[in-house]
Design a protein around this ligand. Sequence first.
Ligand code: AMP
Ligand code: MG
Length: 210
Amino acid sequence: MNLVKVVVVAVPGAGKSTTLQLLKRMKPDVKIVNFGDYMFEIAKEKYNIKDRDEMRKKLSLEEYRQLQLEAARRLAEVKGNVVIDTHLAIKTPRGYYPGLPTEVAKLLSPDVIVVIELNSSVVLERRLRDLRLRKPVVTEVGTIRYPRAKRDVESEEEIELHQRMNRYFSVAVANETRATVKIIDLRNVVQRKPFEHAEIAAKELFKLFQ
Ligand code: AMP
Ligand code: MG
């Protein structure tokens, strides 16, 4: 059977982690790895960083780039059916930074890049609700993450732009790596029950491994 390596991206608050947990239930042999976790592990060792959000704030751009590259080197060692939970357009004060610039993309060499998209008003609602509830998130690797207390609240337009940037960057990566791009566009799907978006996305991801 062919092993498949998939990169999954979505804007924060789109339900990516939930989707990947559902996928893991449907297909337990898939390894789900989080790029940010790998970066954070290295940042703790090298730069004495104590919090995931400090990575973007305390490091210089050059240090951040080195960290990104080192994380990719370590991630490239993970074999089997792999899903990489990451970001393609990282918002910085200077604009969007590529999550998978050429060197990083080539190290990872994914087969498929999946972009999950939702209606930006739904994303905004979820972010606001998470902020209010401060609901802890249990990640795939068992770590518990608390939502940021003061995450900048973006407008619907900014969220939509971020989603468009994800698409643009996915095309750039596909061109460098010969990966295919799969867009899971749920903008027009109204949920009839909680987690329906995540279930639909998980089913679409599952198909990639059949
Ligand atoms: P997450 O918990 O998945 O939202 O990711 C946490 C943080 O990890 C992001 O805000 C980024 O700072 C960093 N990160 C994740 N993937 C990448 C990537 N491919 N390149 C650079 N930074 C990344
Ligand atoms: Mg996440």
